[in-house]
Design a protein around this ligand. Structure first.
Ligand SMILES: Cc1cc2nc3c(=O)[nH]c(=O)nc-3n(C[C@H](O)[C@H](O)[C@H](O)COP(=O)(O)OP(=O)(O)OC[C@H]3O[C@@H](n4cnc5c(N)ncnc54)[C@H](O)[C@@H]3O)c2cc1C
Length: 291
């Protein structure tokens, strides 16, 4: 049962930060509430004061900054908007596709990208996906505004690098460089993914050689990660070599090791290592245009 709490509806980030400072451990931010209210209903968490992110002006903005070549996603943007936005579909189709596979339409209609990243549930898609883009997060708190590379945002299961009283305000997503294509593959038999693997490959149009490879793995370990060892194996290969076991096997092994899989109710570490390999192969084939 949900115990009573007071709901605050700030209109600016500064007011939200002020409320968090005023009520300290008694207060929590909340956006769609799909994680927080559930945990409060089940008695796992209790806060006497909830600070509503959705009433803060600007946090639900989504825009493409043409000059900088970046997508600016307000932390209060819901999954459904990312799935359906024409701006996202035009220049960031992989984000639209991946968002369409997050949860179900009811959750996507209220759940926000900020809530997803800030809850820090390891079994999530956006964290691993956005690592492929070298995205950054902007946070505002009592000490001002700072930028955090997304690779440093997740700190572990249900933990982030946000400091006390900080509000995640925006996620900035640079476009892939010209010639780069990405793919994100996931598998799961519960509501959330058991494992998700992202691959982005930049191919030289004349030689067909990979000039840059990016590999990310999510859900398998305590937090989503980029795996430079797997990226090094894929870089420099031709599209024909990319589909050979001689390349895919060591890349899969490196990705599985780099993801640091753990046993949990989604499966054993060994099972997740196997899945990382299967999903990596699929993502490489899609990103290289082999399928
Ligand atoms: C049935 C179900 C299936 C799901 N399946 C998937 C899936 O397939 N893939 C996937 O990725 N996710 C999945 N999810 C997770 C879903 O994406 C998240 O529940 C949702 O995005 C959380 O957003 P929210 O706005 O509801 O967060 P809330 O519940 O409002 O908040 C979550 C946490 O984030 C904090 N917070 C929120 N906004 C901010 C902010 N701006 N700054 C700082 N802290 C903030 C809150 O204090 C709270 O601790 C699933 C969830 C459910 C319930």
């Amino acid at each position: 049962m949900l115990r009573p709490f007071r709901l605050h509806e700030p209109e600016t980030v500064a007011d939200a930060v002020g409320l968090l400072g005023q009520y300290g451990e008694e207060a929590s931010l909340y956006a769609g509430g799909t994680e927080l209210l559930l945990a409060m209903k089940e008695g796992l968490l209790h806060y006497g004061h909830l600070v509503n992110v959705k009433t803060v002006g600007g946090l639900s903005d989504l825009r493409y900054d043409e000059g900088a070549g970046v997508l600016r996603i307000g932390s209060g943007v819901i999954h459904r908007t990312l799935e359906r936005s024409a701006i996202v579909a035009a220049d960031f189709p992989l984000i639209a596709q991946t968002e369409a596979g997050v949860a179900n339409v009811r959750v996507r209609n209220v759940g926000t990208i900020g809530g997803n990243l800030c809850f820090g549930e390891p079994h999530s898609d956006p964290g691993a996906l956005l690592l492929l883009y070298n995205a950054t997060a902007t946070a505002q708190g009592p000490s001002g505004i700072r930028t955090i590379p997304l690779s440093e945002f997740a700190a572990g299961p249900f933990e982030t690098s946000l400091e006390e009283g900080e509000v995640l305000t925006e996620i900035t997503v640079p476009r892939f460089p010209t010639g780069m294509t990405g793919a994100y593959e996931k598998f799961g038999y519960h509501a959330r993914p058991t494992v998700g693997v992202g691959v982005a490959l930049r191919m030289d149009a004349s030689t067909g050689v990979v000039t840059e490879a990016r590999v990310s793995v999510g859900s398998a370990g305590p937090k989503p990660v980029r795996v430079p060892q797997a990226e090094e194996i894929l870089a420099g290969k031709t599209s024909a070599e990319l589909s050979s076991a001689a390349v895919l096997r060591p890349a899969a092994r490196s990705a599985a090791q780099g993801a640091d899989p753990i046993d949990d109710f989604h499966g054993s570490a060994e099972y997740k290592e196997h899945l990382v390999g299967v999903l990596l192969g699929r993502a490489v084939r899609t990103a290289s245009g082999a399928v």
